[in-house]
Design a protein around this ligand. Sequence first.
Ligand code: GBH
Length: 452
Amino acid sequence: SARAMPKDALSFPSGFLWGCATASYQIEGAVKEDGRGLTNWDVFSHTPGKVANGDTGDVACDSYHRYPEDIALLKALGVKAYRFSVAWSRIFPEGRGRPNAKGIDYYDRLVDGLIAAGIAPHVTLFHWDLPHALPGGWQNRDTAYAFADYAGTMAGHLSDRVRHFMTVNELRCFTDLGYMTGGKAPGLKLPMRQVNQIRHHGVLAHGLGVQAVRAHARAGTLVGLADNPALFVPAIESAGHIEAAKKAVRAENAMFLTAIMEGTYLDSYLTAQGRDAPLVKDRDMALIGSPLDFLSINVYTGNSVRADGSPKGYEILAHRPQSPRMSSPWLYVTPEILYWGIRAVSELWRPKSLFISENGCSADDVVAADGKVYDADRVMYLRNYITHMQRAAREGYPVDGYFIWSLMDNFEWEDGYTKLFGIHHVDFRTGKRTPKLSADWYRELVRTNRLV
Ligand code: GBH
């Protein structure tokens, strides 16, 4: 289908899909309700020393009960799409076996409510909350097959109302950060041989998940994933540096998105890992490379890259101490990444359709005397990033939608509630949601479909 072009230098194509994103463990709470099974994040957040302040997702935004309010927020913003994730352990409390009807009911109510409000549900099947009962977690290849069974069940059930399914969210985070550096659940620091195997199980789960969604969902269902590839800004906008940045995207994501989009591990990756390279079975790479209907990328930040004379062809420039950041120390402000990320991914892999499934920032929000958060810095962040996304749309790259992370303040993983990304403030004592200045700004953008 032909994609509309922006009609002027500031507009977005007509039909551009504006949305907001969240994830189950970060917002739902109700961790013991209606038969939900224990997850890796329940265990991790309840382990002393793992999460800031000892915060947990036990209550979070209480969206398990307050989802009608969430839908009302989305409706008031005027967005046409909501990206949320399904908690695997509400559907299969033990990770596999017989589905739990009460868990499925929750997502039925949510999806029906969204559709009644004119909002398209975009469903992530795995956003890091892994059923604790699965032995070995992602160390175990069986987890990939359990995921596929769950993905097929859920897609089969929802595909009469949901068109877009994403298998997994951010491969690097639930593999490397969970099992190599250990900042996220389950908090392990394993040797590279095992880490590479875990990465392989992650991409395999995605591939098996794509197949399972296709096997169980009705015709016309679209399947992709939401990954956070490492993306790069060319140090200078000239042919050599542009080429180097693109090369870096392909090489630096060899174990994740490159494998998925190309159906193979680059020789440079396998050679670099040597005896630590993953064990790959016969059909694995074909499954991993299953063609996708769309690709979604979460984009927050990116380093600059320059062409150098090395055999690799590029050097990643480190951020500098004085470079601007938002409230999360890793969140360097690099608005151009939204243009260059879209461009590199489009030119390397020609996705049929591309979504920005997350972009947003933490800020040091303060509630003013009138009860509102005036987050002018978040507005500036969003406006700058979105301006660069508009350039990509204007130049004809296939970007079809954008989801702000996040609809509301929520449980920010190992940072607990100390880093907040919402465009709605949440009072975590009362559960009350209040639009921030950034929500007012986004509502205007969505209404006009144009940068002002
Ligand atoms: C996304 O990840 C997640 O999908 C979402 O759930 C989350 O709430 C949101 O962003 C905001 O963080 O451990 O020092 O290497 C964002 C990508 C990449 C950000 C890893 C944090 C950790 C830095 N994340 N990074 S470090």
